[in-house]
Design a protein around this ligand. Structure first.
Ligand code: CDP
Ligand code: MG
Length: 149
């Protein structure tokens, strides 16, 4: 089953949005298979945002993401990578569709509440950056049969 890496960024945690955001993923039907609260190191942030090294927003984004704890999660489900990106909305909350997470909870691209992997390859890379295999739990839920055939 497909998995994706989701992170509630420092602004989301500080603004007490953790529960509301997790609720959306639960209610959609995705399954939580890993979760931790952590303070990201500079080294980990640079690895996470390696594709953006040298861009004008890189330094600001690294200092933002390391400024306060984040909630890192792995969610599982059918087409969860693209589905989670749809739920999150556009990178800039100012243009994210109303009703999406960023559209509902954010105002500015520098404080956009949530991260989600942009492809299955990114998901695999990011999951491995934040979690060991032993920290990801495979389990079944009785509700699974009500979510798909
Ligand atoms: O997070 P997403 O994949 O939607 O966007 P990205 O293009 O991969 O950028 C990564 C992160 O850098 C964004 O989520 C923002 O936190 C930040 N960023 C920014 O602050 N200003 C920009 N112009 C672009 C990105
Ligand atoms: Mg990205």
């Amino acid at each position: 089953m497909e998995r994706t890496f989701i992170m509630i960024k420092p602004d989301g945690v500080q603004r007490n949005l953790t529960g509301a955001i997790i609720l959306r993923f639960e209610q959609k039907g995705y399954k939580l298979v890993g979760m931790k609260l952590l303070q990201i190191s500079r080294d980990l942030a640079e690895k996470h945002y390696a594709e953006h090294v040298g861009k004008p927003f890189f330094e600001g984004t690294v200092s933002y993401i390391t400024s306060s704890p984040v909630v890192a999660m792995v969610w599982e489900g059918k087409n969860v990578v693209s589905g989670a990106r749809e739920m999150m909305g556009a990178t800039n909350p100012n243009s994210a569709a109303a009703g999406t997470i960023r559209g509902t909870y954010g105002l500015d691209i520098s404080r956009n509440v949530i991260h989600g992997s942009d492809s299955t390859a990114s998901a695999e890379r990011e999951i491995n950056l934040y979690f060991t295999p032993a920290e990801l739990i495979e389990y079944s839920k009785n509700v699974d049969r009500w979510l798909s055939e």
